[in-house]
Design a protein around this ligand. Sequence first.
Ligand code: SF4
Ligand code: SF4
Length: 100
Amino acid sequence: MERMAEAKKQQKEVVITLNGVELVIPPGARVKDVAAAAGVEIPALKVDPEKCKGCQMCTKACETGAISGNKKEPHSIDQALCIRCGECLAKCKLGAIVPA
Ligand code: SF4
Ligand code: SF4
C-alpha cells in the first residue's frame, strides 16, 4: 500500500513550454495530444549537451529508441527515428531537450 501511495504521489502533472505556450500534461496523458489540443506543433528536438546530465529518463520514455547516450554523459536524438511525440520533453527535468 505504501508503495502505491508513493507511486501516486510521483504521478504529478508536468508543465512544459513549447513555442512560448505553456502546456500542462496530466499524469497518463500523451504530450502530443495535449499539444494538438492547444494547437501547438511539436518541433524537431535535440539535446542541449550543456544541460544534459545523462540521467536517461528520456531514453526510457522514447518509444522509438531515438535517444541514445551513456549514463552521466550528454545524450543525443536521432532525427531519423524521432517521431516528434514530445514524451521526452515531459521527462527531462533539466530542460535539456530543446528545439533543434
Ligand atoms: S519526441 Fe518522441 S520519438 Fe522523438 S526523441 Fe522524444 S520521445 Fe523519442
Ligand atoms: S532526461 Fe534530460 S538530462 Fe536526462 S538524459 Fe535525457 S536529456 Fe539528458
